[in-house]
Design a protein around this ligand. Structure first.
Ligand code: NAP
Length: 552
């Protein structure tokens, strides 16, 4: 499509709801994946339009603007790696950047590569339907914009469909109240306020440690405690900055060699081949180091078997007992039903110390369940609490949730949501049969979900771009997985998952959110075989001329 036609489409987008805009590709979402996919497809000469619900770029880093929101991956391992110029121009201020800095970074990227002109903000795609006659996807947004394209690429994120609990009376609350993923853009002053936080996952932990310092009084409603470990964040010194700049290629190479694409790699020793002193020495070192080391750089088998994980779990429990002054409270904060690292580990800064403060109260809602939300606060089975604000840090409808919220209909009038009712069926976590030319970046069954996500986003995007370029150069118009490829991959995901410690406990990694009707039990949503193995599968597929797909 010519740029004149594109400009006309852009005009149509704002002026008329009746004209169907036509593109080569439509991307859903202007987060990190959508932005890079747009950049790559534009470079490949396609006409592309991105539709985004929010009013700006950033995805996760646009929506999650709660106090305390920041990276758990090292900033310099998280940014895009595709442009040396970008790497040279951008400077992170902290080892783990806060949300405002990340949002600023993504706006910087959007400006630098002139991405905004191909984006339609404040438009949520509600319907997407494949027309097998024209071999095109037709979409419609909540603002009535209609568009069609050969390729539909979802970049909606695995953790973006936020969910609220369903307590009686929630709508009657007279104070301020919202989910962490829908935090207001205006600054909220919590000085002198009584605040409730419900939920103690990675998000809750970040809010709680910050809110303890801001609110007059904070009450944390905890159902199940999580194993947390220190983030050990710090400013990046000029000296470190120079080193980072000089070693970007090694940083990204190292990331890409590890299973989760973090810069930490596992210790090659088994926990059983070292002395108790050597064991504790490594745990102490990792606990004092920055980032996820204590989770992913421990003895390799601690992340593989329950027996090997026992000493690490005991070590962390000891740390919590040492950090929380009240021994009874410490026990409430220590998980008893799963080992360290079997759920996604929240990283924290003085989280446990927050509970030593006079203005912070922990309510264990397994002992005294929440019965209802009242106009003035929350009623548990034994007491009423008054609040000015209630914050829901209650998580997301994981992985398939964001796709299920779009009405996606394939070539045989089958809805993606229905096809996946008993669990996702995909090939390489990127396509599903019956849905030609639909690519799901960071979709279910993809390694990207369990990854230092931009590293895997870049891989996903580059693979999809190559596939599309291959089709265009061969004059092909449709690509979808062969049924046997889909069955094989789905089985591979299940086989790997069955061996994984993540599947032995309820969390979003095992596909569970207690507030979502069809996510009450565990399901295989994520490929746990690691990013390098996943990448190899994808590369083999491309090298075979996409033999696992039907191409026409
Ligand atoms: P989450 O891990 O699913 O945690 C949700 C929390 O809400 C849990 O403590 C859960 O308790 C609680 N909860 C849910 N429904 C409840 C109810 N009805 N009543 C009381 N409590 C309820 O969600 P999240 O904390 O938003 O984190 C999700 C993922 O996002 C993280 O694991 C991480 O991958 C990502 N994240 C990343 C960062 C970062 O990179 N820095 C920061 C935040 C989040 P139960 O455990 O009892 O269900």
């Amino acid at each position: 499509m010519t740029s004149t036609k594109q400009n006309r489409n852009a005009q149509n987008a704002s002026n008329s709801n009746n004209v169907t805009q036509e593109y080569d590709a439509i991307i859903i979402g202007a987060g990190m994946a959508g932005m890079y996919q747009l950049y790559k497809l534009k470079k490949a000469g396609l006409s592309v339009r991105v539709f985004e619900t929010g009013s700006g770029v950033g995805g996760t880093w646009y929506w999650n603007r709660y106090p305390g929101c920041k990276f758990d991956s090292e900033s310099y391992s998280y940014g895009y790696s595709f442009s040396e110029e970008l790497l040279d121009e951008w400077q992170w201020s902290e080892h783990f950047a806060r949300q405002p800095e990340t949002e600023k970074y993504l706006n910087f990227v959007a400006d630098k590569f002139d991405l905004r002109k191909d984006m339609e903000f404040n438009n949520k795609i509600e319907d997407a339907k494949y027309d097998k006659e024209s071999k095109r996807w037709n979409i419609e947004t909540d603002q009535g914009i209609k568009a069609s394209a050969t390729f539909l690429i979802t970049a909606v994120g695995p953790l973006s469909a936020h969910v609220m609990p369903s307590y009686k009376g929630m709508e009657s609350f007279e104070g301020g109240s919202w989910h962490t993923a829908r935090w207001p853009k205006e600054k909220v002053d919590f000085t002198g306020k009584r605040v409730a936080v419900i939920g103690t996952g990675a998000t809750g932990v970040q809010v709680i440690q910050e809110m303890a310092l801001m609110a007059e009084h904070l009450t944390v409603f905890q159902r199940n405690p999580n194993w947390c470990a220190p983030l050990n964040n710090d400013l990046i010194t000029d000296e470190e900055q120079k080193e980072i700049r000089a070693s970007y290629p090694e940083i990204f190479k190292k990331c890409n060699e590890t299973n989760g694409c973090f810069i930490h790699s596992p210790d090659e020793r088994s926990v059983f081949e070292v002395t108790p002193e050597e064991r504790d020495e490594l745990y102490e070192k990792l606990y004092a180091d920055k980032g996820f080391g204590i989770w992913v750089a421990s003895f390799f088998d601690t992340q593989m078997t329950e027996e090997a994980n026992v000493s690490r779990t005991e070590f962390i429990a000891k740390k919590i007992r040492a950090r929380v002054k009240d021994p009874k409270l410490a026990e409430k904060l220590i998980p008893k039903d799963h080992g360290f690292g079997t759920k996604r580990v929240p990283l924290e800064t003085d989280y446990y110390e927050a509970y030593n403060r006079d203005n912070v109260l922990l309510v264990d809602i397994r002992e005294t369940p929440i019965e209802e939300v009242l106009p003035k606060g929350i009623k548990t089975s034994d007491k009423e609490y008054d609040f000015d604000y209630i914050i829901y840090a209650t998580g997301f409808d994981p992985v398939t949730g964001s796709l299920n919220r779009i009405n996606i209909t394939g070539k045989n009038d089958v809805k993606l949501k229905d096809k996946w009712a008993d669990g996702p069926l995909t090939y390489l976590g990127i396509q599903s049969s019956g849905f030609p030319n639909l690519f799901t970046l960071v979709g279910p069954h993809n390694a990207a979900t369990l990854c230092n996500i931009p590293r895997c986003i870049e891989q996903n995007v580059e693979w999809v771009t190559d596939a599309i370029e291959h089709m265009r150069s061969e004059g092909l118009s449709e690509i979808e997985p062969k049924l046997e490829s889909e069955n094989r991959w789905t089985q591979e995901v299940i086989t790997m998952g069955e061996m994984s410690p993540f599947m032995k406990v309820n969390s979003w990694l095992s596909g569970v959110n207690s507030n979502v009707k069809d996510k009450q039990t565990r399901s295989f949503q994520v490929y746990v075989g690691g990013a390098p193995a996943y990448r190899e599968h994808c590369e083999e597929e491309a090298a075979s001329g996409y033999a696992g797909f039907e191409l026409s």
